[in-house]
Structure formats: structure tokens, C-alpha cells
Design a protein around this ligand. Sequence first.
Ligand code: SF4
Ligand code: SF4
Length: 357
Amino acid sequence: MEKVVINGIENNDRMSTQALLQLIEEKLEEGYTDFEINACGQHDIGGSAWSRTEGKELNFYITNPGQRVGAMARKGTNIFVNGSTPADVGWLNSGANIVVKGDCGDTAGHCAASGKIYVSGRVGTRSGALMKHDPKFETPQFWILKNTGSFSFEFMGGGIAVVCGYDCAGLKSVLGKRSCVGMVGGIIYVRGNVADIAKTVSLKELDDEDKKFLKSGMKDFLTAIDKKGLADTLLDFSEWHKIEPLPTEEKVKKVSVREFRKTQWIEGGIFGDFIEDDMSIYPLAATGKGRLRQPVWNKELCVDCELCMKNCPNSAITKDDNKIYSSCDDKCIGCSICETVCPKAAWTMKNNQKEVD
Ligand code: SF4
Ligand code: SF4
């Protein structure tokens, strides 16, 4: 079947987004798979569409689109944008191949979960934020020829991003300011200057696997954006690094509740200048029979890690020479922290409601 051509504006009459998307839907139902969309800012083009023709992928050739090109687009969809796009390109991309021959607005690749997004220019603020990878699906990839705006890759949970830093020699950071905050997974390959990234990620040298990935991926990327001539420049690995989140144990310094209270809650805390803490428990917190719940210890489950003892806010837990733990009724306030912190569920809270009533 030949290509369908849809013009977003004709005789000075602009088609609404809804009408344009409905028209695409009708043509899909008729079995069309190739679309040329000369848009006039209509949004969501190419997203959530699927081919009705067995074995044939969908191809969208788009100019002048509005926001969210290819948002939630599926595997088997190929989107080519001739020029730049506004925000949210490939938002929650679910498997499509998206090529933008220009710059992208903010939040490009936001929440991308699968598929590939190739951008031959720059991308805006918060691009790549919340990218993720469900191992059931192909790893999402997000390739950018130049640089990103600030807050990029915030809360990234998975996937691969490649920021080539081309034509960015004068920038302090090709990732803008405060990038990678809250990043917990995935990899960002980056070429050029990087500054002001979150303290919970690390900038590392590439290993052989990384170079192998970049070599093969770069070929596809540069072919898609018609810039094969840049291969030698971009594959000079001396300028590349990768960013990965730090392992949890390096990110989170574990402190006991008592230690936290002593060193962070008051001292150094927002009320630190006004409050002195004598480390006593508020007198209205009931102990003994007045507690709503009381902890019960199970010797069989305990592995003697002392976490409960260290975290009890009122130092109610002690252990004897035989590693028998007990909670002192006169000190225990029934807060259940021991139950929460115990890795073996050796403490359970018994309901004391009857006694209280
Ligand atoms: S319930 Fe709270 S106060 Fe009582 S022993 Fe457990 S941690 Fe300590
Ligand atoms: S936290 Fe649990 S396992 Fe560790 S010493 Fe206390 S009761 Fe035993």
C-alpha cells in the first residue's frame, strides 16, 4: 500500500490533534503502515499506534510536530522527525525507534522503558529522567549527539543513555546542572566535561565491554542521523566516561536511631540552634502495663546481630552472657522499632490493649 499523506493545516485551517489522530487510526484500520505527517503542532503523533497488517511495521515521517511525539509508542513503530521537536519526545517509549533530526525540548526520553531514541542535536531539561528497564523487555537506549539541559537523568532506574558531547567544548558540563539526582540504576555514557552531578553516582573510566557497546551502537546511531562522518571523532575513547549509581552500602551510611537522634535530629537539624536534647523519652509515652503493645522475643530466630539493642530508643533491650535478649518493661514504650529493624523477625509485638483498657 502506498504512503498516506496527512497535512495538519490546509487552506489556513488547522486540524485538531484529535481529528488528526482519528484519521491516523482510520488509515491504520484500512491497513496502511506508512504515514507522512506534515503537522502543525499536533501532539502525540506516532504514539500508541499499532499495525493491523501482520508482519509489517509502522513508519511515521513527521515534520513540525507538537509535544509527545512517539509517547508510549510500541515495538514495531519507527518514527522519523525531520527537524526539531518540543517537549516529551518518546515519553514512556515502549519499544519504538525514534529518530529526531534536530533538537528536542524538555523531558525528552522521560520515563522511556524500551526502544531507542536517537537525537541529532541537544535535549532540554529533565531529559532521560525516570528511564527504567524491565528485564522482560529490551533495554531502553537514548542517544544524544550534543548535550542535555539541567536535571537530566533524575531518578533514572535503568536503561542506557549516551551523551556524545559533540560541539560542546565550551560547556562546563554536557549534562547541565544537578544531573543524576536520585539515579538508582542504568548507565550514562558521556563524552566531554561533566560537573555538578549527584553525590550518589560515580564517574568511571570505560572498560572493554563499554567500548564494545559504544562502537557497535555508535554505528547505528550515526547512520540513523546521517552523520557517519563523525565516527572517528566520537569513538576516541579518551574523552568518554560512564556514570553509574553508587552501590547502596556506599550511598547510605547506616546509623542507629539513637545515633541519628544524637547526631542528626537535633544537632545539625533544623531546630538544632533552639533545642537541647537530654535523650529522655517524652514522659507521656507509656511503659509497663500502660503500653498498647509489648515486644516478645523468639530465641530460635535470633542471630545475635544486636540491631534491636542498638536501635531501641529507650535502651530497653539487653542481652545476657548466654545471648538471651530481653526487653525491660519499665523502659519499653512499645514503639515496635525492635520488630521493624530485626532482620529475622525475632521480635513480634503482642497486643496489650486489654491491659490498657
Ligand atoms: S518496643 Fe521499642 S522500646 Fe520496646 S524494646 Fe522494642 S524498640 Fe525498645
Ligand atoms: S535484631 Fe533480631 S536477630 Fe538481631 S539481635 Fe535483635 S532479635 Fe536477634
